[in-house]
Design a binder for this molecule. Structure first.
Ligand code: PMP
Length: 389
């Protein structure tokens, strides 16, 4: 056996014995409230397609027409020859949506976060990162080679102490706005005050807030009216916007620097132009058609009330609802039983979440009907999922 195969077999066995081995399972349908997996038709509670735009006819039509005009691949990074008119149009459209001086696109949220942090800070600097930040921010911090100070989740007093006590040339605070595995919301006003008091820059990852929070759907910063006080607002095109890619809303100077310095921007082939055209259409829908967002929020309140009636704790903060069960086997077992009842809701296990907090993670979407929400609550009642650990 070749060495790498031997290593992989050993590691897979270790993962399996702890209930942490992961496996793929393809859908044979678009994202939506109901999806097909093999012969099963399941109600989908695991997608980040919060507004149902991944299969929207209007977005598909925009993608199809740009696909005709620009083809599929972009042939090179944007700096070489991959930059096309739809990339520029989308950046301008997103800048208007975000009320920002400038926007820079990335190929994914992961690429954005691992590119932006090292472009701005390095040795001699310090990054202050919430303990529950997304893995892409964690990796961006590591890649920057700045000193990384992880503060306890949402603990602004601890963040403030760290800002006071850490000597550094530049200080950058980074936080998710909606935390991806818990659905809770960062105490952004207080974080911002701490940053301003200590001359620190602030970067906010709005991946799960874009399209969901704010009157125009521009995220938590918009909801709180603090857009122009935050240095970098990162958003994804891959969740509520239903496509692929990400962006950062920032100043012209930062956007210009990223073109020269963010390695995933410089060294990776540009997004397909057709996806940019689709995202532009999706932004129009998010901004000017609040009905989907209102439907989603109706579901969020209905699901919160229903979970509470089942004795589970829940808050209407975002479209993400964790049901924490403890050990991986409990989460896997609950997911299997819910699936027998027709629900697709994935078990989330370490290292995505801390040890002992394996969970079911329900994501709601405007694509769901109230009937789907009620079916989920009824299935939870029937299979007797109760909060652990
Ligand atoms: N940030 C957060 C908070 C996320 O949840 C995710 C995706 N799960 C990302 C960034 C990465 O985004 P993408 O999937 O577009 O790479």
């Amino acid at each position: 056996m070749k060495p790498a195969t031997q290593w992989a077999r050993e590691d897979l066995e270790a993962l399996s014995s702890r209930g942490l081995r992961r496996a793929l399972e393809p859908l044979d349908s678009p994202q939506g409230a109901e999806v097909r997996v093999g012969e099963e038709r399941l109600i989908n509670f695991s997608s980040n397609d919060y507004l149902g735009l991944a299969a929207s006819p209007a977005v598909r039509a925009a993608v199809a027409s740009a696909l005709e005009r620009y083809g599929v691949g972009t042939g090179a990074s944007r700096l070489v020859v991959g930059d096309m008119v739809p990339h520029q149009r989308l950046e301008a459209r997103l800048a208007r949506f975000e009320r920002a001086e400038a926007v820079r696109l990335f190929n994914s949220g992961y690429a954005a976060n691992t590119g932006i942090l090292p472009a701005l800070v390095g040795p001699g600097d310090a990054v202050f990162s919430d303990a529950l930040n997304h893995a892409s921010l964690v990796d961006g911090c590591r890649l920057s080679r700045a000193r990384v100070v992880v503060y306890p989740h949402a603990d602004v007093a601890a963040l403030t102490r760290a800002l006071e006590q850490t000597p550094a040339r530049r200080k950058l605070v980074v936080t998710d706005s909606v935390f991806s595995m818990d659905g809770d919301v960062a105490p952004l006003r207080d974080i911002l005050a701490a940053c301003e008091a200590h001359g620190a820059a602030l970067m906010v990852d709005e991946a799960h807030a874009t399209g969901v929070l704010g009157a125009r759907g521009a995220g938590l910063c918009e909801a709180l009216g603090v857009e122009d006080r935050v240095d970098l607002r990162m958003g994804t095109l891959s969740k509520a916007l239903g496509g692929m890619g990400a962006y950062v809303a920032t100043s012209r100077a930062v956007a210009d620097l990223l073109v020269s310095r963010a390695r995933p921007f410089v060294y990776s082939t540009a997004l397909p132009a057709a996806l940019c055209a689709g995202a532009e259409r999706a932004v129009d829908l998010v901004e000017h058609d609040p009905a989907s967002r209102e439907r989603l929020w109706g579901h969020i309140h209905r699901f919160t009330d229903g979970l509470r009636a089942l004795g589970l704790s829940a808050e209407p903060r975002s479209a993400i609802f964790p049901v924490i069960l403890g050990e991986p086997s409990r989460a896997l077992d609950a997911a299997r039983r819910l699936r027998e009842a027709g629900l697709l809701v994935k078990a989330i296990r370490p290292p995505t979440v801390p040890d002992g907090t394996s969970r079911l993670r329900f994501c709601l979407s405007a694509a769901h009907s109230t009937g789907h929400i009620d079916l989920a609550l009824e299935a939870l009642r029937r299979v007797g999922v109760s909060r652990g650990p």
